[in-house]
Ligand binder design. Structure first.
Ligand SMILES: Nc1nc2c(c(=O)[nH]1)N[C@H]1C(S)=C(S)[C@@H](COP(=O)(O)O)O[C@H]1N2
Ligand SMILES: [Mo]
Length: 496
């Protein structure tokens, strides 16, 4: 058998295995697909520095990069196994079986999959072994090259069809249908209208309210959990006087409140993009916790997503009356987008998302920090991480060339205290106050701008914010790990 044939057989055998797994997963649970289950498990086991690097470098595309990387590695292994199988079909057979076994292990490790989920990797292993051996026999025995080619085409075509079929079954429109059926949420207490003059979009800041499709996204979910509102239930338990089980309709029919909140990711670097603002609609988290009756001794609200991700928020913070923490159902007038946690998520102003903003939330347990550790706490991030006062320059962009008068603009945030002042300086000179846009509330960002008269040539501009409690953003550069970056954002540009 030629090397090309051997390599192709290895590749086709593995492709058939993955496709069969994907097809069965479409029936028993999309995340059981061996490819996704292995990828999701890989994310959980990835050392934190590497994960932080991926979020920093690829942002929302980190998962796409992981999937592509896995595809390249698996294809390479498959080709090597094929090449090793020129005399005997054993190496390829072992690889296909091993693939199935790794898939089974990954599925068993996923907390979001029932026991039926193992059917997908088992199907992958069995189909992989059978297809590989079949192709190998045809390649070894067939009298005419035409027969081999025909067989390979059939195997390739069937794999593509099975893969597409699994994709179709796994993403059937039911979540979007469920979201549409929810329709417009009825808000009893709308947020105060956003006044005029809250941003400087013409000067380069983002709009005050971030449109849903532009809202930053950070999570560990390789495939977005697809939970139907009608199936959703939130359990509130642990150190409580009475356990609660809340259905979607129970929450939707309450007096919903709307709050304008800026969310921030702890992984955001100085000058980074992981900060956005929305009008969140939901039920006050505090009310639900008081209904359950928090027992003394509970210092952690441990929230769990349907995909097993967890966060631990300080109970004293989420119970603060002015904090405005929400079990959010909606965002900017719509039910939550699926990527942002449909049907429900937590939002706690002033805490970084990793210890508060659980998307696809299904479980709230009152417990202690001594007893349980959330996903990122377990991976070296801080237990308490209030948002740090921060400011960012949006214009000019780094290394831009500016003509005429220089307008510098950006955003600053210090939830839940609010921004009192933003200063800028050029080339290490004296600080001067920037003009602030109209404030909305302490839990939202604040836009700023300053006009500078600068001589032609290269210049560096820096900014720093001060919150309403008088805390000024420190110059010291600190990395995001373990509880948020600090330092002044600095931009070099040229005046013509
Ligand atoms: N289920 C789940 N919820 C999660 C996460 C996650 O990985 N899984 N990431 C958290 C982090 S780190 C942040 S910063 C926010 C981001 O929310 P967004 O994607 O809606 O902006 O969600 C939080 N909620
Ligand atoms: Mo985050």
């Amino acid at each position: 058998m030629s090397r090309w044939t051997a390599a192709l057989i290895g590749f086709l055998g593995v492709a058939a295995a993955l496709a069969a797994g994907h097809l069965v997963a479409g029936l028993v649970g999309p995340t059981a697909s061996p490819f996704l289950a292995v990828g999701n498990t890989a994310i959980d086991f990835t050392p934190s520095p590497l994960k932080d690097f991926a979020v920093r470098t690829f942002g929302t595309y980190d998962k796409l990069v992981l999937l592509l990387g896995m595809a390249v590695v698996i294809a390479a292994v498959a080709v090597v196994a094929g090449l090793l199988s020129r005399r005997s079909a054993l190496p390829g057979t072992l690889l296909a079986a091993a693939l199935g076994a790794v898939g089974v292990a990954a599925v068993l490790y996923r907390p979001d999959l029932g026991s039926l989920g193992v059917l997908a990797p088992i199907a992958a292993g069995v189909v992989g072994v059978l297809v590989f051996r079949w192709l190998h026999r045809v390649a070894t025995d067939s009298a005419s090259p035409g027969e081999g080619r025909r067989t390979f085409l059939i195997a390739a075509g069937a794999s593509v069809l099975a893969g597409l079929g699994g994709q179709f079954l796994g993403t059937r429109g039911d979540v979007e249908g469920s979201r549409r059926a929810v329709g417009r949420l009825k808000v009893a207490t709308p947020a105060p209208a956003i006044p005029a003059g809250v941003d400087f979009v013409a000067d380069g800041t983002p709009p005050f309210i971030t449109p849903n499709q532009d809202f930053y996204r950070v999570d560990t979910a390789l495939s977005v959990p697809r939970v139907l509102a009608e199936d959703w239930e939130l359990r509130v338990h642990g150190l409580v006087d009475r356990e609660l089980r809340l259905r979607y309709a129970d929450l939707r029919d309450r007096d919903l409140v709307e709050r304008t909140i800026t969310m921030t990711c702890v992984s955001n670097e100085v000058g980074g993009p992981y900060v956005s603002t929305a009008n969140f609609i939901g039920v006050p988290l505090r009310d639900v916790l008081l209904e359950a009756g928090v027992r003394p001794g509970a210092d952690q609200l441990y929230s769990t997503s349907v995909d097993g991700w967890t966060a631990g928020s300080p109970v004293d913070v989420v119970l603060e009356e002015d904090r405005g923490a929400l079990i959010a159902l909606g965002m900017n007038g719509e039910p939550l987008p699926v990527e942002h946690g449909f049907p429900a998520r937590l939002v706690v102003p002033g805490l970084y998302g990793y210890l508060s903003a659980t998307k696809w939330v299904v479980d709230l347990e009152l417990t202690t920090f001594a007893d349980k550790r959330g996903y990122w706490l377990e991976r070296g991030w801080g237990q308490r991480a209030p948002v740090k006062v921060m400011s960012r320059i949006d214009r000019p962009q780094g290394f831009a060339t500016v003509r005429g008068r220089t307008v510098v603009s950006g955003v600053a945030w210090a939830q839940p205290t609010g921004v009192a002042k933003v200063e800028v300086r050029t080339d290490g000179g004296p600080w001067r106050d920037a003009a602030l846009a109209v404030a909305v509330n302490g839990s939202t960002w604040r836009m700023w701008r300053a006009e500078l008269d600068l001589p032609p040539g290269g210049h560096t501009v820096e900014c720093r914010a001060t919150d309403r409690a008088g805390v000024t953003q420190p110059s010291e550069r600190v990395a995001p790990v373990p509880d948020g970056a600090t330092g002044w954002h600095s931009i070099f540009f040229t005046v013509e």
